[in-house]
Design a protein around this ligand. Sequence first.
Ligand SMILES: NC(=O)c1ccc[n+]([C@@H]2O[C@H](COP(=O)([O-])OP(=O)(O)OC[C@H]3O[C@@H](n4cnc5c(N)ncnc54)[C@H](OP(=O)(O)O)[C@@H]3O)[C@@H](O)[C@H]2O)c1
Length: 255
Amino acid sequence: MATLGIIGSGSIGTAVARLAIAAGMEVVLSNSRGPQTLAATVAGLGEAARAATPQEAAEAGGQVVLAVPLTALRSLPVEALRGKVVLETVNYYATRDGHVDELDAGLTTTSEFVQAHLPGARTVKVFNNIAASHITALARPAGAGDRSALPIAGDDAAARARAAGLIDRLGFDTVDVGPLSQSWRFEPETAAYAPAYAADPAAVLRGWRQLVDDLRAGRAPRLPAPDAGRPLPAARLGQLLAGAERTLTADRVVA
Ligand SMILES: NC(=O)c1ccc[n+]([C@@H]2O[C@H](COP(=O)([O-])OP(=O)(O)OC[C@H]3O[C@@H](n4cnc5c(N)ncnc54)[C@H](OP(=O)(O)O)[C@@H]3O)[C@@H](O)[C@H]2O)c1
């Protein structure tokens, strides 16, 4: 049985794990605090899931999902990820991750920044432009009329092809934007970003603004209302990516 390693088992890592298990795969989940802290998550996912260290998750399969905050790049099992296809979902939020000058200035993409921390890994950016809840809500079998697509980027064409095959198995078409330098086309708050998969994009944006206002005012953040999701077909996603305008951190609602 094919195995998917997962480093970072929060919202995104767990959503991808769910799809992988539904597709008949085994998953090896890991986090920063140790396998024992993933007992409830693994129990919820069932027998095809087990918890391990990031090193073991990296070694578990040929493809590894990296669903961590940017700050985790300092402590990843770099040697174990060498040669692996690493599906990385990382977004940069200066308020969460601390300022990184070259990212703020748009001198490099977040995915190039991740790749630079993982020498020898064959990184493919994916799952960073869709809300975790929409990953499970919008996954569909191949050929379904209401199937959504996800953008991918990577410097290794063979790795992009392998990642596309896995993503197809998990429930999404892909639109390939080419090298990592092009991945700004689906970074936060571009046209292809999360609201593009929402049933009510305006409400999602209102929720973000409310969250930022609450945090700035020192209030407990109000949770945005759940959104059921709306399929984003490959043809439409392709148009959004082709017409993308680069959004720098300073110009974002949530930075
Ligand atoms: N949530 C979304 O809807 C969404 C959408 C698109 C992209 N993203 C991006 O995807 C990434 C993951 O987001 P998320 O929402 O899933 O985050 P999350 O729910 O906060 O989960 C983060 C996971 O990463 C683990 N982690 C942190 N540092 C680590 C380290 N050094 N080694 C191994 N694991 C580590 C955490 O483990 P511990 O809890 O043990 O520290 C946790 O399991 C972020 O970069 C985020 O910006 C998120």
